[in-house]
Write a new protein. Sequence first.
Length: 251
Amino acid sequence: MKAKVGVFSFTSCEGCQLTILNLEDEMLDLLSAVELVNFREAIDDRRHDYDVAFVEGSITTPEEVEEVRTIRERAKILIAIGACACTGGVNALKNMHDLGKVRHKVYGEGARHFPTEATKRVRDVVKVEYELNGCPIDKKEFVRATKSLLLGQVPKPPEHALCTECKQRANVCLYDKGISCIGPIVRAGCGAICPTFGEACEGCRGFLTEPNLASMIDIMKSKGMSRREVEDRLTHYNALTPIDLSPYFAS
């Protein structure tokens, strides 16, 4: 029997769902093994008898908390996809400010009608079997992970730094071009797509399990970056991963 799959979206741009829809030929192979029963961007059907749930987006309202809990109850396997779902993404930056002021800034006089909670990762609310990070996810990684999970195998996320993939692509280090990049502490898996096209890695795939923060911050300081600039770079996608910068900067 085909595994029944549901794809769901919370607070996000839904770019990860578009990545799935852009699988083209790979999608035909996947559809031979799965049955899509709930995917708003792809089908009109809204069944709730799914075995596997892919969840995109961070959890930011009481309604979303209840909805993702319901999805968890129904699904045998739940996979969080994308930076928003796995690290909080850029949505989590609001947690660094007064939430009342954030709400008023966004909604103006109507702010009282929009209850807002602190941004949460999916795993902060429910159990997650696997996470596929990135902004958006890498479609090849999505296919590999999905096939493994359908075979009852839990794939292992990369545990090496993005710099490894940069070297494999023979990229000149962006620091040699005067561009600050946090690739040395970020999990690989995207093929170093941003540095390859001259853009700094901003950590959308999340930090390594044991990142060498001391060396990373030393490099950033040696390039003249202030404490505020370092903090901004490290929290862009990872505001929910607390980093104490006080040991590295004089008070």
